[in-house]
Write a protein that binds this ligand. Structure first.
Ligand SMILES: [Zn+2]
Length: 465
């Protein structure tokens, strides 16, 4: 067996790992790179392997850094099936369509400028036809069912508790009479997150490929501390008529926040101030959440059966049109505006930041991971002037960070996951983290399990097993 790492190796985005056994090649995830534009562009135009040589894809979850290059795979001649949970299939449908649309409009915008300078046209990585070509290959599977991928290759999906439909993927490959089991975590969630069940205990494996987004740190904030912080913020917002701007990914994060804020209102801890979800994508994703109650935890299921729609309330408003979104700019607080993108790299949240950031009454609440070189990271780092649409803009609004709401396992959760695998795997590959995070988690695993061979793979490297 051979495993090669073509993305999310010593970095967090572009998850793509190829497992080769016998004559079969399967791809675990097929994500887009994000980050510095030129570098991401180069990595997104070449997959790193021959698309036609891949027999099947197994997709851990719908986030674009795991699924976003699937249409490019179809465009380059992949003709196999894509195995995923049904909820992931429905979410990926929405997200890939949106990704194609964003690329087309981004390219049109850049090309308008480039043409004036006599430069060559940029092309999107793929278009809506490529998206349809790949979504037509989606094959939905249920959690825990073992299914054949190829004659000597079986697989099963196990709830990862990260976003709706997310899974850790187990591959069982038989060659020359012996079977090797590989477990790929995808992104791991945490216990007691809103909506979702806790991550399922890991099945036994010989080789583990584990994420390490928070490989060197703990989510130190308790649930109670986060609730208290939200309570104080909302009280401040009511007193100062503040806008609370929350950059959040439209899929997963936004729905978590809605559930969390609703619970705080119900507990009487915060006033039911108007909450605007400013994202057509979030509305479509929320519809997918509604269609998949089989993925809910007991508490959310109870809300669904006793109180109706868990994502609605009289003070929650879903904003879709551009005109409605623009009206929010002139709205006076107190209110909460939740908009994408989660790291402030694009999307409607940039317009809200532009209008709100220079007023000291306002609040920017950061609830998710902020990668290097993003505007979100600059806000977290406390920059007093930040670039918005390329214009240096003074920041007077206060920035408040919530550490306790992450959808990713922290260092202790990741170590507990490795510990729970019985018997202990022989080999562990640490992926999906900035280099520092991955190396730190790898060192901790080595200390705890000296017999495990722990590797932080280099991008593009291949490992014989
Ligand atoms: Zn994810």
């Amino acid at each position: 067996m051979k495993i090669s790492f073509h993305g999310a190796a010593r970095s967090v985005t572009g998850s793509r790992h190829v497992v080769q056994s016998g004559g079969t090649r399967v791809l675990l995830d097929c994500g887009l790179f994000q980050g510095r534009r030129q570098e991401a562009d180069r990595k997104n135009r070449t997959l790193g392997f021959e698309a036609k040589s891949v027999d099947a894809v197994l997709l851990s979850h719908a986030h674009i850094d795991h699924s976003g290059a699937l249409p490019a795979l179809a465009k380059q001649g992949f003709s196999g099936k894509v195995y995923l949970t049904r909820a992931t299939g429905d979410l990926a449908d929405v997200m890939l369509e949106d990704s194609a649309r964003i690329q087309e409009s981004d390219c049109a915008y850049v090309n308008k400028k480039e043409r004036r300078r006599g430069k060559a046209c940029r092309r999107p990585y793929y278009d809506a036809d490529d998206v349809r070509a790949i979504t037509g290959r989606f094959t939905g599977v249920r959690y825990d069912d073992v299914f054949p991928v190829r004659p000597r290759l079986k697989a099963s999906f196990h709830d990862a508790g990260h976003i709706l439909g997310s899974a850790a993927i187990r591959l069982m490959a038989t060659a020359s009479g012996s079977t090797t089991t590989v477990l790929f975590t995808g992104d791991l969630g945490r216990k007691q997150m809103p909506i979702l069940r806790d991550p399922a205990p890991p099945p036994p494996c010989d080789v583990l490929i584990i994420e390490s987004t928070y490989g060197d740190r703990l989510h130190s904030e308790t649930e109670e501390a986060a609730k208290q912080k939200a309570q104080d913020l909302v009280a401040h917002a009511v007193a100062h008529r503040s806008k609370i701007i929350v950059p959040a990914f439209a899929v997963g994060r936004t729905q978590d926040l809605v559930m969390w804020l609703k619970a705080l209102v119900k507990e009487g801890r915060i006033a039911p101030l108007p909450i605007y979800i400013d994202s057509p994508m979030a509305l479509r994703a929320t519809e997918v959440f509604r269609r998949h109650p089989e993925c809910y935890d007991e508490q959310t299921y109870r809300i669904l059966t006793s109180e109706g729609d868990p994502f609605m309330a009289r003070y929650i408003h879903y904003v879709t049109s551009v005109q409605e979104s623009q009206k929010l700019n002139n709205l006076s607080g107190p209110c909460v505006i939740i908009a994408a993108s989660g790291m402030c790299e694009g999307g409607r949240v940039l317009h809200h930041l532009k209008h709100a950031i220079s007023d000291e009454a306002n609040i920017i609440a950061i609830v998710g991971f902020q990668a290097e070189h993003t505007l979100g990271r600059k806000l977290v780092e406390g920059w007093e002037t930040v670039p918005i649409f390329g214009v240096p803009t003074p920041r007077r609004a206060q920035v408040v960070r919530f550490n306790g709401l992450s959808a990713h396992a922290d260092r202790d959760d990741l170590l507990a996951y490795v510990r729970a695998i019985q018997p202990t795997p022989a080999k562990v590959f640490v992926v999906h983290g900035e280099e520092k995070q991955s190396c730190s988690l790898a060192a901790a695993i080595r200390t705890e399990h000296p017999r495990i061979d722990v590797v932080v793979p280099e991008p593009g490297s291949t490992h014989d097993l």
